[in-house]
Ligand binder design. Sequence first.
Ligand code: NAG
Ligand code: NAG
Ligand code: NAG
Ligand code: NAG
Ligand code: NAG
Ligand code: NAG
Ligand code: NAG
Length: 543
Amino acid sequence: MAPGIHLPALLALAAVTGHATAAPHARAGATCNTVQYNFPAGTNKNDPRAEAVKQAYVREWNQYSKYAFPKDDLLPITHNGTNDLFGWGATVVDGIDTAIVMGLTDIVEQQLKHIASVDFTKSAYIVDFFDVNIRYLGGLLSAYDLIKSGDFAGSYDDDLVEALLSQAKSLATAISPVFDTVTGLPAADLNFSSQQIEQSTTTVNGVTYNSTNTAQAGTLILEYYRLSDLTGDESFRQNAQKAEKYLINPNPAPAFPGLVGTELNTDTGDFITFDGGWEAGVDSFIEYLIKTYVYDRDDSFASDMKDFWITTAESSIQNIALSPYQNPQLTFLSQLDTDGNIMWTMDDYACFAGGNLLLGGKYLDRPDITDFGVKVADSCHWLYNHTLTGLGPSSIGWFNGSNQPYDSSYNTSTYRAEAAKNGGYFIEDAAYASYPEPLESIFYAYRVTGDERWQEYNWQIFNALNTTRSKAVPYAEITDVNAPYGGELSNYVASFYFAEVLKYLYLTFAEPDVVSLDNFMELFNAEIKEAMGRWNSGDNPNC
Ligand SMILES: *[C@@H]1O[C@H](CO)[C@@H](O)[C@H](O)[C@H]1NC(C)=O
Ligand SMILES: *[C@@H]1O[C@H](CO)[C@@H](O)[C@H](O)[C@H]1NC(C)=O
Ligand SMILES: *[C@@H]1O[C@H](CO)[C@@H](O)[C@H](O)[C@H]1NC(C)=O
Ligand SMILES: *[C@@H]1O[C@H](CO)[C@@H](O)[C@H](O)[C@H]1NC(C)=O
Ligand SMILES: *[C@@H]1O[C@H](CO)[C@@H](O)[C@H](O)[C@H]1NC(C)=O
Ligand SMILES: *[C@@H]1O[C@H](CO)[C@@H](O)[C@H](O)[C@H]1NC(C)=O
Ligand SMILES: *[C@@H]1O[C@H](CO)[C@@H](O)[C@H](O)[C@H]1NC(C)=O
């Protein structure tokens, strides 16, 4: 999710649609691979848990609306807002799809009006390409698709709905100078006033390179495919493929097949680090490999992406899926260091892997990969289940098969005692910053297996979110998952709290045909896993 290696998450064309291809064609003669469990009719009908999550959205939206609208993010303790994401109203744009799915029509109307009023071609800030894609383009396109599907409550002004698409196109066009590098790998940032790109740099062995990271270059292709399909303008797809090509043909070869590092040289397209895994800096690149194929499996480029995903999944099972010393019940996905060595550490972002493996394993009829996804999802749930607050830490480490840690700084009696108590791992960073990834994997596990224990897990986490921290401000981020009430509160509510946390919770308790995995795909859920698009109205798109 996060593009920076160690950065936490904090970090008009209205008329064109008429002749555009809105979705890939139905696939005559192909076999149907249904992803979702065959739930009996009436499953989850009127489940009060879904209503409780919806009420949490209403309550917290009202706080945002009162104190921060239309700034990017709510500061819940000082009761104001901050423009930390270019000043276009990130919480509105990122969070609208959840409100559409929940049928919160008054809120959606307020959100649509704001979106239509923004000039996405202007910003006083340095604009980060990654956040543009995952929060803004993903949010705009998913809202457009969801409303157009006609499956959700509410009838909205046509001009406001069409503005979602025209705004997406004008924003994607405004940010397009980032592709103007030697290789076409996107630069990290653009100064919107001067139109100058700003390159990140990475220094390895004393040499400094212009660089981008894997998540940054690999978390746009779904949005760009969708934008080309909806507008008929192929330049978006072409730019995205040009960048993606370097990622799925890595040079030099990664330390383990399919497990590419986080940094690439934008002047040559070569990888300059070998720190692979499913963690921040790589994460949503892997996620998009399979989702792009599910979106358009007749596309040969997407098929190459799928092949790379299979290599990544198989290599993960073989090389980085590891259990802590004497705790075979847990399966973690290790990150690699910049030289490609196993670190026996994992961050929360990597917890999206369970859901992604379940989706791809089921879609491709690979039970070995599906079973592996269940193990990873269970292990991430364990992390949440074994803290005082019921919320999970930002990162953990563990003692390996020889009872050794990666780094001698972890070799302390405190970490050893913690590991003995917890199941072989210790908490490296105890903060919880509204992470959606385990919730996402638990949601997938429920929808794919039909096993109600997963609903219990997400209900426990909802209660932890809703009550453990309610002493002061229930939706603020916390500094210590093992301290009463989470330790210190942080004065911040991320847009993805609305976009992802509450969405995955809601969908876990909603009727399974609400955003069925067989009719919808969470297409745009970059690191943010926020948005959803539909590709084949009415039909099972897997056929
Ligand atoms: C929010 O309010 C606090 C306290 O009044 C103030 O210090 C801070 O500067 C405000 N933040 C913004 C971004 O306006
Ligand atoms: C962005 O470009 C404008 C216009 O050239 C310049 O005044 C401003 O300083 C730049 N911003 C940053 C943060 O570099
Ligand atoms: C980065 O790219 C700029 C031009 O785009 C070039 O002037 C500069 O030398 C490059 N920096 C490095 C470290 O290669
Ligand atoms: C852990 O799971 C058990 C069994 O589902 C449950 O009773 C308990 O409340 C959970 N603990 C936390 C902290 O979530
Ligand atoms: C555990 O880590 C130590 C220290 O890095 C290493 O020597 C040993 O081979 C590792 N054991 C396993 C089973 O990976
Ligand atoms: C950890 O401590 C043990 C015993 O004190 C020692 O044998 C081992 O080499 C240490 N491992 C690391 C990675 O520092
Ligand atoms: C969530 O918190 C609110 C505010 O404290 C409370 O009114 C509501 O009952 C809680 N929901 C659940 C399911 O506990």
